[in-house]
Ligand binder design. Sequence first.
Ligand code: TNX
Length: 498
Amino acid sequence: VALVAGLFWAGAMTGCGSDVQVRGAALVPLPAEVVTGEGAFTLGTATAISVPAEAAGVAGHLAFAVEEATGRRPERRSGGEIRLALGAGTGAEGYELTVDDDGIVIRAQTEAGLFYGVQTLRQLLPQRADGEAVRVPAVRIADRPRFPWRGAMLDVARHFLPVAEVKRYIDLMAAYKLNVLHLHLTDDQGWRLAIEGWPALTEIGAASQVGGGRGGFYTADDYRDLVAYARARFVDVVPEIDLPGHTNAALASYAELNCDGRRRDPYTGIEVGFSALCVGSPQTDRFVSEVIAEVARLTPGRYIHVGGDEVRELSEPEYTRFMERAQEIVGGTGKRMAVWQEAGRARLLPGTIVQYWKADEDPGVVADAVRQGAKVVMSPASRVYLDMKYDSWTHVGQDWAGMVEVADSYEWDPATLIEGVGAAAVLGVEAPLWTETVGGFDDLTYLAFPRLPAVAEVAWTPQERRSFDVFAPRLAAQAGQWKRWGLNYHESPQIPWK
Ligand code: TNX
């Protein structure tokens, strides 16, 4: 007898289900459809995986998931009991996962869909059973994301993050089916990407950060390595070069970018809004053109983010003219422009991405941008800014957008947040992590967990399937994994941790 998913989850939640069912209830983000069946498949050290050649990019991820559960790397051969299959009908990122007595099959139209099926399987498997048989109860899952843009942003400018830590964050994102990593590469406090022909950007611009540390930067090879690592996990990198404000690091590197021709001092504080390129000058135009060209060359993805936020030093016409010129430069490289909401005041090409972040400054500009054909990525600070404190006890973070507990991050609908910006205009959701106060990876994960998985479910799961009461125990069940991964996370009082 198949139970409908809602009943199944409710049963597991109230403790009526068996232990195995409770494990089944630990899926985050919640799939679109889950139907439990009868029986189970038992994995052992002899279980093999079967992966078609065209899905080779997912084989390693599947093998890893099985190894996590059985303690042994599975053999890959045709006729293996855990099978990946490509086939039409699931949509670009959807998949179907079936567990019965004979085995496990994940079907999808694309490798990305198969990858998400594998991430779901990972959550269905008990971890590190070491020798014990691993029982997976029969289930049929049909799943697909609500939004195509499921993002996280890392600010590597205020505090530099080494490549290895960015990769760890990508792993965490991918486990929750997030697919866009927005890298905030430049700001007042540091310039983090080497640009050919502009050596001072890294000799001077990269050598500072908040609080006066050594800073750091990515070489072109580091950046390519990050992009490839992300790609292998179906994550696109969207680089941000924040212009024309938030540019002190560039202004400290090159005198010619300043209207008075004088280099600025490096900046290690946390004020915003005080810097701006000398817009309209030929030097600035050459700088922006060469930087964007280099970033476009290094980035296989469609989008380049050029910031546009918090520019207080320019007049309105100077600002909008600059953003329109930046749009022309980005377009000239074959990419599309992404911008923070303020740039909705400029004339935008259809298909531009406008990222909403705050309510107190004219959210009407976002609706204006949509009327110009822009698509919106939702990053409401009071919901998804992972640098906000959870409560007054939080030892790291800011509070200008309020305290943001897990329920705040979870209980909102991107399609009804802004008047005049309906579902059709919303491309997705993104959780930024600004790092003014974040000096190390443990603080970073403390802020991201558990809010990042909450935002992942906002972006993935159909709105009518979401409720915080049902989410909270599923989230609690993730903690075992987080401990095995060695993650520092916030034990929110809103979550029934075991
Ligand atoms: C606002 S969000 C900023 C960032 C800060 C952040 C701190 C945005 C587009 N600008 O420069 O780091 O607040 O929460």
